[in-house]
Each structure stands twice: as structure tokens, then as C-alpha cells.
Design a protein around this ligand. Structure first.
Ligand code: GLU
Length: 298
């Protein structure tokens, strides 16, 4: 069964790029007679903005995107147990180690990867005790990880060369996004992940963790990122492209995804636009690009 999902971080209202992702994942799920679930990625407390979750959900509703089942929250107590169990399993495989290096120290590591400095493995041989004040790292290998992204095509990555041993749990005792997302998708029985191409580089880490835990491989599709002056949309730069009218927003999101246009839809309700868009949804039309520059809507 096709199960898709949208997993916003409630750090602020949805910007156009996140709306594009929500629309793409919803339409693809519904075109394939699947379910579309929502997860609120609220693991990292300092990033959460007051009222953002409510704003996000009402925006999704206003666009006629109806989620299936109950919303899942990373902050739910039971999730913590599931993340802990997954970490225990990885610890038992002897492929993790505790690390006491500060962020400042890691910044001095010389090799730079796709997400910043590659950890120099200083703590690998120290055999530090794993406790809640130390971060836990996962050892990576030099084996290429290959996957086929439905939109971006065949991709491969060597985690050792490009990422290094990465964090599963931080020294402030918060589980990393990379670990949490794998467990969350598994718990929601997700089969298809559609999200922005800014997360393309994280995918191999997630596949690696999933393989180690014996979880099913998911189908990934990364849609182009909406950018202004080459930069990902943010609170600071997206003010000039805010569209409050849900119909126009939907139509702009469909245009961005290069979907078929229909003049009759200009005055249609959001539900009519959604219905038409499910019928006409064609994932092959989405540009195979990592970024698309947008300026303003007319
Ligand atoms: N919560 C992440 C974000 O808002 C998305 C996570 C995911 O789709 O894997 O960027």
C-alpha cells in the first residue's frame, strides 16, 4: 500500500517551498490511491515556534489537503522509547561510539564534507562510556550507497568520504534527525517519501540506518527547492512571495511542479483544483533540478 507523508518542523509558518512539497506528496499519494499522513517534527525543542503547528495545519487544510489518520508527533513520549530501542540495537551491533568532542573542536577538523567538517574519529578508540552527556556516533563504511530517486534519478554516495561518522544522539540527549526520521517513517508505515531536495544528501544516511535496523527500503522523491537569489526560502527572504489566497497558492505550486495548467481553474474552489490535479498529476513532469529560482508571482 502506498503511504506518503508530510513532516513539517513547526519552526514557523509554511513557506512556498514547503507548500510545494506538501502538494506534491499529497497529489502523488492520492493519484496512487494511497494514504497521506502528517508528522510534526518537533524533536528539537529550541527550533519550535509558538503557534507554528496550528498555523501549518490550518494552511494545509485551507489548501484542501486532507490527511489520513492521527497526526504523529516526534515529541510523543512513546517515540522516545522507540528511538532508544533503535539506538540500543545499533549499539549492540558494535558500530557506534560515544564522543565528547565539542562543536568548536569539530569545526577545526580539516576534511570538509557535504554537511560541514568530517569528524576525525578522535573518540573512536577512546572507548568512552555512553551516557546522556555524550553524543553517540554511528561508524560509516566506504561502501557506496546507491538508490534511485524517482525525480532526480540514480544516485550514489560514499558516506566515509562525504559525511563521516555521524551523530545519532546529541550530547544534550536529543536524538538526531537522521535516526528519528527513519524510525518515524517506519512507525507510520510510510512507503514513499516526497520532500525538498535540500534533504537529498541526508537520504543515504537514512538508508544506511534503515538497512542496519533491517527496515524496508522506502521510495524517495526529491522535488526541486524554491530559491530566491540562489538561497533556500526562509522567513527572511520569503516575505515578498507570500500569497494568502489558497487558490492562487495551489496554482503557483502546480506551476512550480510543471504540472498541466487549466485556465478554467482560475476561479475554481480549492477542492475542485485538487480533484483536477489528482486526475492530471504527472510526476514525470517535475523538473529534474535541485533548485528553481522564483522571484514573485504575478
Ligand atoms: N522536518 C523536515 C523539514 O521540515 C522534513 C523531514 C523529512 O521530510 O524527512 O525540513
Amino acid at each position: 500500500m502506498y503511504i506518503g507523508r508530510f513532516a513539517p518542523t513547526p519552526s514557523g509558518p509554511l513557506h512556498f517551498g514547503s507548500i510545494v512539497t506538501a502538494v506534491a506528496s499529497y497529489l502523488d499519494a492520492k493519484k496512487n490511491n494511497g494514504l497521506w499522513k502528517i508528522r510534526i517534527d518537533d524533536l528539537d525543542k529550541p527550533r519550535i515556534a509558538l503557534g507554528a503547528e496550528r498555523q501549518i495545519l490550518s494552511r494545509i487544510e485551507s489548501l484542501g489537503l486532507i490527511w489520513d489518520g492521527k497526526i504523529s508527533y516526534q515529541s510523543n513520549e512513546s517515540k522516545n522509547q522507540q528511538y532508544t530501542q533503535a539506538l540500543d540495537k545499533l549499539n549492540d551491533l558494535n558500530i557506534t561510539y560515544a564522543c565528547e568532542c565539542s562543536r568548536k573542536k569539530i569545526l577545526t577538523n580539516v576534511l570538509i564534507g557535504i554537511d560541514g567538517p568530517i569528524y576525525d574519529k578522535e573518540c573512536l578508540t577512546k572507548n568512552l562510556q555512553k551516557n546522556k552527556h555524550k553524543s553517540i556516533r554511528l561508524k560509516v563504511t566506504s561502501q557506496n550507497i546507491l538508490f534511485k530517486d524517482t525525480i532526480q534519478g540514480d544516485l550514489k554516495q560514499n558516506l566515509e568520504k562525504l559525511v563521516g561518522d555521524f551523530i545519532l544522539k546529541r550530547s544534550d540527549n536529543v536524538f538526531s534527525y537522521q535516526l528519528a526520521v527513519v524510525i518515524d517513517d517506519y512507525l507510520q508505515s510510510v512507503s514513499h517519501v516526497i520532500r525538498g531536495s535540500d534533504l537529498l544528501n541526508s537520504t543515504t544516511r537514512q538508508i544506511y540506518i534503515g538497512n542496519l535496523l533491517g527496515l524496508p527500503l522506502l521510495q524517495y522523491m526529491h522535488v526541486p527547492l524554491a530559491c530566491i537569489d540562489g538561497k533556500k526560502l526562509s522567513k527572511a527572504n520569503s516575505n515578498k512571495i507570500i500569497l494568502n489566497n489558497p487558490n492562487s497558492l495551489l496554482i503557483e505550486a502546480l506551476k512550480f511542479l510543471n504540472q498541466k495548467q487549466c485556465d478554467d481553474l482560475k476561479d475554481a474552489t480549492v477542492n475542485e483544483i485538487i480533484k483536477w490535479s489528482i486526475l492530471n498529476w504527472d510526476i514525470n513532469r517535475i523538473p529534474k533540478k535541485k533548485k528553481i529560482e522564483i522571484s514573485s508571482f504575478n
